[in-house]
Design a protein around this ligand. Structure first.
Ligand code: GLP
Length: 260
């Protein structure tokens, strides 16, 4: 595992964008796994800058998003509403601003009538694309990756997952409340890639920012591997894992230097 400690959110975002841009330059038809939440927004801004100012070409890139609220979603071929789906988030924060082909974007469809079948198909689609080259990850306040809540099997696959009270509270505060939604309007389950699915990506790139995540990430990377903190499963990854933290997020770690 490579840890990179950066001075602030901006440097964390730029460092992550360099790694993603290099992946795209080296393999123009790479498969990228994307994440949502406040943490990757700066990285997406920087990728948009790469596209606009440095002509980074996304035309052959395929993407798979980690998760989506069950009950929310959008058809990417139609104009979208101001909902709080992760599909809308990705359009607004990244996809609308780069030259990615709509046909190459994959996001779990939160309005799927047969969620179980959808999840099996999603897994098959990832396999058919040749697997994920680089998977971007954040970490939830309870240590989850994607929506793999505490207790999720570390071998789990894409599925419908109920959300814990902690996640509902955190995500209500950071997104739904600001958009004028009531608590009752927030979906209480989600379609999510499993921990096992995520671990199959060839490179995991985790971003962590802020004091509020400092103890959680310490437990995830220095503590025991446990389904209580599903992010700790990244310790099981046999290949490349890069964790980029800002100084606040790194404040509880035992290390203060870059480690390879
Ligand atoms: C959600 C997403 C996770 C993300 C987490 C943290 O729960 N499902 O993939 O890592 O939010 O979000 P933030 O970056 O806003 O702290």
């Amino acid at each position: 595992m490579k840890l990179i400690i950066t001075k602030d959110y901006e440097e964390m975002s730029k460092t992550a964008a360099v790694i993603i841009a290099e992946t795209v330059k080296t393999k123009p038809n790479c498969v990228l796994g994307f994440a949502t939440g406040g943490t990757p927004i700066g990285t997406y801004k920087e990728l948009i800058r790469y596209y606009k100012e440095e002509k980074l070409d996304f035309s052959l890139v395929k993407t798979f998003n980690l998760d989506e609220y069950f009950g929310l979603g959008m058809d990417l071929s139609k104009p979208y509403d101001k909902d709080q789906s992760y599909a809308r988030f990705m359009q607004e924060e990244l996809f609308d601003h780069i030259n990615i082909s709509k046909d190459n974007i994959n996001i779990p469809y939160g309005l799927a009538k047969q969620p179980e079948k959808f999840c099996i198909d999603y897994e098959n689609k990832i396999k058919k694309a040749g697997g994920i080259d680089l998977q971007l990850l954040g970490i939830g306040g309870n240590g989850h990756i994607a929506f793999n809540e505490p207790g999720s099997s570390l071998a789990s696959r894409t599925r419908l997952q109920p959300l814990t009270k902690k996640t509902l509270k955190d995500n209500y505060e950071s997104f739904f409340k600001k958009a004028g939604f009531n608590k009752e309007d927030m979906p209480c389950s989600a379609l999510t890639m499993g921990v096992g699915t995520i671990l199959e990506a060839r490179h995991l790139l985790m971003l962590v920012s802020g004091k509020s995540k400092a103890l959680t990430i310490k437990e995830a990377i220095e503590g025991c591997i446990t389904s209580k903190i599903t992010a700790s499963a990244i310790q099981l990854h046999p290949g490349k894992v890069t964790v980029i933290l800002d100084d606040d997020a790194a404040s509880e770690l035992s290390w203060s230097l870059d480690l390879v």
